[in-house]
Design a protein around this ligand. Structure first.
Ligand code: HEC
Length: 196
């Protein structure tokens, strides 16, 4: 009898122990406990965070007003002529002819077969749209055929757009730099006397 009770007690004790170990290790390892809240949080976010991104690029207007057109021409010849011509009546190459592209309707050059992304984008090529485009074409228009990584330097984009503006019979007026939101904070306000 004693032996049986001891044996039964041992059996119960180890069964309990096994259950406890099982629960504890479940709690430590089971990934489901973490998954649910993480999904709930990210479900709520995309709409709030998504559309804000593209607007973060500061306007090119202030730099465009001081663009170095000669430097822009050099950049154009180095980076764009593999795929584009820009003289009046020039042929399409891998990309469309760029004469008059500033102010031109997007995806509208005769005889060029654009991607559906560019055709569907809508509107004209404004200075600011060109700024977004040249920063990273694939980010501005999803699925574009223009295989160009982008120009991260704002000054280079301004010079290049300043040059493109000259390849035009009737370029749109330069955007008014003074109407643009305040320039970068490190710029000192001009025309204010220094305190002595
Ligand atoms: C590797 C070839 C390639 C290079 C390099 C390239 N482009 Fe393009 N570009 C294209 C193609 C292809 C398209 C048409 C895009 C589409 O339909 O998705 C295009 C379209 C464009 C458009 C839109 C034109 C329109 O009619 O809507 C502009 C503006 C443009 N490129 C400017 C430039 C500039 C400026 C450079 C130099 C910094 C450049 N591209 C470099 C291939 C290129």
């Amino acid at each position: 009898m004693v032996n049986f009770n001891t044996a039964a007690g041992c059996f119960l004790a180890s069964a309990l122990f096994a259950m406890v170990v099982g629960k504890v290790s479940n709690a430590l390892v089971d990934p489901h406990h973490l998954e649910k809240p993480a999904i709930a949080v990210s479900d709520a976010e995309p709409e709030a965070a998504g559309p804000a991104k593209p607007a973060e690029l500061p306007p090119i207007a202030p730099m465009l007003a001081k663009a170095n057109v000669d430097h822009g021409k050099q950049l154009y010849q180095k980076l764009c002529t593999t795929c584009h011509t820009d003289e009046k009546g020039g042929p399409n190459k891998i990309g469309p002819n760029l004469w008059g592209v500033v102010g031109r309707k997007k995806g509208s050059h005769p005889g060029f077969s654009y991607s559906s992304g560019v055709e569907a984008k809508g509107g004209e090529w404004t200075y600011e749209d060109l700024n977004h485009w040249l920063l990273k074409p694939s980010a501005f228009i999803k699925g574009t055929k223009m295989a160009f990584a982008g120009l991260p330097k704002e000054q280079e984009r301004a010079d290049l757009i300043g040059y493109l503006r000259t390849m035009n019979d009737n370029p749109p007026p330069l955007p008014d730099a003074t109407e643009a939101p305040a320039a970068a904070p490190e710029n000192k306000p001009q025309g204010q006397p220094e305190k002595k």
